[in-house]
Design a protein around this ligand. Structure first.
Ligand code: ZN
Length: 163
């Protein structure tokens, strides 16, 4: 048996009640109960903005839009995690299949599965539930200089530059 999603080895831990409070129902069912959202129903399978995708539970930055591709499967798919050390891969023998489950290493959130039929350069396909992720757009890097001073503040959700 794989270790539990609430295993004490995860640095970010909350009670079941706290997770329920923090997360929407579908986000909770997927991340804390290893459910799978229905294909083509999630918020990100057809989402192509530039930015990064973070763990909906703990905010760890898990995937970049640069590595997102359309696998045609109805879930957001990436060929590489943003940082391999933030992802945990766990053998999964449920549903009569041998698969590799992908979890957030910070909080144990169930994210999805990784398969070896992805595109180059890695040949991997991280098939992830939208419900496990939240998205943050990249700050525009080129383009007209912003009058807002960038005095070392952490980047937040792009204030005052909405079209
Ligand atoms: Zn997490």
């Amino acid at each position: 048996m794989p270790h539990s999603i609430d295993d004490p080895r995860y640095p970010v831990r909350k009670s079941d009640a706290q997770w329920r409070e923090q997360l929407s129902d579908i986000d909770y069912q997927v991340t804390r109960r290893a459910a799978t959202e229905r294909a083509f129903t999630g918020r990100f399978w057809d989402h192509w903005e530039r930015g990064h995708y973070d763990c909906v539970c703990c905010g760890a930055r898990l995937f970049n839009s640069k590595t997102k591709f359309d696998a045609g499967c109805g879930w957001p798919s990436y060929w590489e995690p943003a940082e391999a050390s933030l992802i945990e891969e766990v053998p999964d023998h449920t549903h009569g299949m041998v698969r590799v489950e992908v979890r957030c290493r910070q909080c144990g959130a169930h994210l999805g599965h990784v398969f070896d039929d992805g595109p180059q350069p890695t040949g991997l396909r991280y098939c992830i539930n939208s419900a496990s992720l939240s998205f943050a757009a990249d700050a525009p890097s080129a383009g007209p200089a912003s009058p807002t001073p960038q005095d070392g503040q952490p980047r937040t959700a792009d204030p005052g530059n909405k079209a």
